[in-house]
Design a protein around this ligand. Sequence first.
Ligand code: ITT
Length: 198
Amino acid sequence: MKILLASRNRDKLKEVRGKVAGLSLDVLTPDDFPDLPEVEEDGATLEANAEKKALTLHRLTGLPTLADDTGLEVYALDGAPGVYSSRYAGPGATYADNCRKLLQAMEGVPEKRRGAHFRTVLAWIVDGRVRLFDGRVEGRITTASLGSNGFGYDPVFFVPELGKTLAELSLEEKNRISHRGRALDAWVEYLRGAPSVG
Ligand code: ITT
């Protein structure tokens, strides 16, 4: 079955493809459809943004569509950067800019107050019906970037049980424990129980 991943983020695409390898799903992206518009992420929540991205592109393509909205929520920063994670250091910010800004914002914050989680909300739409799935991983913000795998804030997010940052994990290891990996597991489990769409 062909499905559309309503995301232009190639790093997410790699993780989604890693998770669905073995299922008979052909994951397309907006890059396969030259005329699809950008969807503005102006919702107040991850849920609203995921649903908006999925619904907009589902209506335009008619394909079963999956959207992912993810945020890093840092307790000492009252949940920031949260829904603004992609533009934390300003419009057009790179992953490195965002990590640098976060490390600066956390300067002087003691170890025990550096807790944070990543949360992913997936919106899945088939024939106009929306379902949401979510996943999270708890960890701590480091004091310096560590590791070169993954993307985004992975080098500054330490997972205590593994003693590593997300950027020190292989794609398979990250997918096993991450926010996105867990949300995708819930979605895949749902698909397996819904033969007409799985
Ligand atoms: P799409 O909306 O096109 O899917 P995006 O990059 O804008 O792509 P999000 O708004 O969901 O996606 O993600 C916000 C930012 O959070 C993203 O740009 C990364 O900086 C960061 N992020 C998302 N998933 C992450 C992950 O698994 N690990 C580390 N950082 C992540």
